[in-house]
Design a protein around this ligand. Structure first.
Ligand SMILES: [Zn+2]
Length: 478
């Protein structure tokens, strides 16, 4: 009984102390920071303020974690009406914590996760049982580790607690707690949360050899990509990628998105510095979309994909010939119900194959043309040599990722000749009309004119990033 009494006295004293500390701190914080004194403070004082506030916060984290753990314990009983959450009119622990602390749901969830590893258990007789991670609990209560570091450690350790012997778990707990408080054998300073996470994951990988297997099986089951129903002109894409597939996708995005030219391509807007052409108005999500479009387009023409009926997987878009010429109306992509603009059809047709099929008024096929407008690989290689990459200045997408654009559209009788083909990346090819860039061929040399919002007095300039032409330019100047 005396033990219980001491505990309660301690708890009341803690609450009194916290109240007093809050009152004092409030007065000092308002006075010291209120009129901007930090502006005049020394470097040492600014950094010291960070140190001390964080230490105070780690101690507060201990009180928060411990209290949340207790709320969880008191809200777990089988009788719903007896649960603390129900008695306070809350649906669950998260709601109670959010209301009591004014935190958001993410922070409330983090406290719950942290509490899992360090909350004391309760024996049948009502006594306290040690926490799952007693060493982490100690450094938490000493203010050596805060909620970030605690979650970084307790997450991986707690996840394997069912599969790993308790002694092994406790060894990891002790070592990581020592790292967190800077009392490890190698004398390193207290570890930040990120480092603790890496170390905890290393421990998990070492102790829980079988853990990777169930996790991977689960991941393999969860993998998937779903194309939704087209709406508002876009098809929603949902899914979960295996990590290595996501990494591959990220690498492709990086490769397509990173400009690699810029060694003096002799094309800068006057008086507007370097950024004029480098500014890419696309969001990161839009860039990823365009990278995926590029990768699909490259894959489809790589001749390495399985064929369908003896031909490479070909995107079939149908459009009325007069609509294609007049740039109006709708086109239809085989396999997707949502109609696309004629502009989209023209893009696909420009980079790919157009086969003319003349349908009679009753739908009968009256005449078919042969596939006639693909640049062959010799032409492609020559154009790549001449242009080096996407010809829009500042773009930098390399030749291998580019499509060949018919400068004079095939529908307008533009020939499939190197003098009529230039390299454009997927984005610039698809949206060439939106961006305002103009392209023309001048005696076989591609020239572009910047839109007025980039260059105030636009004029035609030859563009090419070909190394041989750059050498020529240098040669002429010297
Ligand atoms: Zn481009």
């Amino acid at each position: 009984m005396s033990v219980t009494l001491v505990r309660i006295e301690g708890m009341e004293a803690l609450l009194d102390h916290l109240e007093g500390a809050i009152e004092q701190a409030r007065a000092h914080v308002t006075r010291a920071l209120g009129d901007g004194q930090i502006l005049a403070a020394s470097d040492d004082h600014v950094v010291r303020a960070l140190n001390l506030a964080a230490e105070l916060q780690r101690l507060t984290d201990a009180v928060l974690v411990e209290s949340v753990g207790e709320v969880v314990r008191r809200s777990a009983g089988p009788d719903r009406d007896l649960r603390l959450t129900a008695r306070r009119g809350c649906h669950d622990v998260s709601e109670l914590v959010q209301r009591a602390t004014r935190m958001g749901p993410a922070s409330a969830a983090r406290l719950q996760r942290g509490a899992k590893g360090v909350a004391l258990g309760e024996s049948l007789s009502g006594g306290a049982l040690p926490a799952l991670l007693p060493a982490m609990r100690s450094v938490l209560l000493e203010g050596e580790v805060g909620i970030d570091g605690l979650v970084a450690v307790s997450g991986p350790l707690e996840a394997m607690s069912q599969r790993v012997p308790l002694e092994s778990l406790r060894v990891a707990d002790a070592v990581l707690a020592a790292e967190a408080s800077g009392t490890g054998p190698d004398g390193t300073p207290p570890a930040c949360a990120d480092l603790l996470r890496v170390q905890a994951q290393a421990w998990a990988a070492a102790l829980d050899q079988d853990g990777a297997e169930p996790k991977e099986e689960q991941a393999i089951r969860m993998r998937g990509v779903t194309l939704g129903v087209a709406r508002d002109g876009v098809v929603p894409l949902r899914g979960a990628l295996l990590p290595e597939v996501a990494a591959q996708f990220q690498r492709i995005c990086d490769a397509i998105g990173s400009p690699h030219v810029g060694d003096g391509v002799s094309f800068r807007p006057e008086g507007e510095g370097d950024s004029g052409f480098a500014d890419d108005p696309r969001s990161s999500a839009q860039k990823r979309h365009d990278a995926l479009a590029t990768a699909l387009s490259v894959a489809a023409s790589s001749e390495q994909l399985p064929t369908i009926g003896g031909a490479a997987p070909t995107l079939v878009i149908s459009v009325r010939a007069e609509d294609l010429v007049s740039d109006t109306g709708w086109a239809h992509v085989d396999g997707i119900d949502e109609p696309v603009s004629v502009r989209a059809a023209a893009h696909v047709g420009c980079a790919g194959v157009i086969q003319r099929v003349l349908l009679g008024g009753n739908g009968r096929i009256q005449r078919i043309g042969t596939e006639e407008r693909v640049f062959n690989r010799h032409q492609r290689r020559a154009i790549a040599l001449r242009d080096g990459g996407c010809i829009i200045p500042g773009c930098g997408v390399r030749a291998a990722w580019c499509e060949i654009h018919h400068v004079t559209d095939h529908a307008q009788c533009g020939p499939t000749h190197t003098d009529n083909g230039v390299l454009l990346c997927w984005n610039h090819h698809r949206f060439i009309d939106h961006g305002g860039w103009k392209i023309r061929m001048n005696q076989g040399v591609p020239e572009v004119m910047a839109p007025p919002w980039i260059e105030r007095s636009p004029r035609w300039r030859p563009v090419t990033t070909s190394r041989t032409r750059l050498l020529d330019l240098v040669g002429r100047r010297t």
